[in-house]
Ligand binder design. Structure first.
Ligand code: 15L
Length: 269
């Protein structure tokens, strides 16, 4: 690889994890975020800019070898916030990569692109079994992200890997996370696999750890070279003691999007 990987949203939750882990896997990191990173690490480059600003993104992409696009409001918000921070910024990430001659882009999609999909009572959902079924504006923006990825892969021959991330947190804190957790170490492993897989073209893969209670099939992610190490099950006893076993009749547990499907997440002004 030559040139750093441009990581947008580098000051955020997953960005911070990648800043720690990608260098250990041989990647130099160029950070981009709207807020300055205060604990800059040795060798790290920093750009303070909005990922939805095409000119800034074109400048930031110059000389990079790949783009990992994480920037965007993490969760549901108003349409102006969601459309700019996810859809406009995804266009900018892809277009800046194309103009810079970068042919590998990794996009942080989300399980919420398919959030109204019923949770399977048994068996595993493959990506192909879960067409777009967004639960929020946020989820709909991730569907648009995946569509833009498909466009840039088909039209320009770029490799664009969309990671439908589950719950990327330091540790599981809710019953649902026993199925949806993506650990920090596995976040790094998954992004590294998406960056290095030979010629993936357009790909959409689930982003979760090797959780005993997974409802998403990891075959497609493993085919990229992802080897998850963590399993949320080590937290099961404590979470089930606190909250009881998940009740599939409860709307929060009936659909893969969890509480995002509830009326409290109705579209905001
Ligand atoms: C996401 O996509 C969000 O970014 C994150 O904040 C969580 O809500 C996560 O999904 C989840 O489903 O747990």
């Amino acid at each position: 690889m030559s040139g750093p990987v441009l990581v947008t949203g580098a000051a955020g939750r997953i960005g911070t994890v990648l800043r720690g882990g990608l260098p250990e896997r041989g990647w130099a990191v160029r950070c981009l975020d709207v807020v300055p990173i205060v604990d800059t690490r040795p060798g790290e480059e920093q750009v303070v800019a909005d990922a939805a600003d095409l000119a800034a993104m074109v400048d930031a992409a110059a000389g990079a070898s790949a783009v990992v696009h994480l920037a965007g409001h993490s969760g549901e918000s108003t349409w102006p916030v969601i459309s700019r921070s996810h859809i406009e910024s995804t266009y900018c990430a892809l277009e800046a990569a194309r103009r810079a001659g970068i042919d590998r882009v990794v996009l942080a999609s989300s399980n919420h692109a398919t959030g109204f999909t019923p949770r399977p009572a048994s068996g595993l959902l493959r990506e192909a079994d879960a067409p777009p079924r967004p639960d929020t504006y946020y989820g709909a923006a991730k569907v648009a992200m995946e569509a833009l990825a498909s466009l840039y892969a088909d039209r320009y021959g770029m490799d664009v890997v969309c990671l439908r991330i589950g719950s990327a947190f330091p540790e599981p804190t809710a019953l649902r996370h026993l199925s949806t957790w993506l650990s920090p170490a596995d976040s790094v492993a998954l992004v590294d696999a998406a960056l290095t897989a030979p010629a993936p073209g357009f790909a959409v893969v689930w982003g979760v750890s090797a959780n005993t209670r997974n409802w998403w099939d990891l075959s497609a992610a493993r085919a990229l070279g992802y080897e998850p190490q963590d399993d949320a099950e080590v937290y099961a006893e404590a979470l089930i003691e606190a909250y009881g076993e998940p009740d599939l009749a409860d709307p929060v547990h009936a659909r893969v999007g969890g509480d995002y499907v509830l009326p409290s997440f109705d579209a905001q002004e």
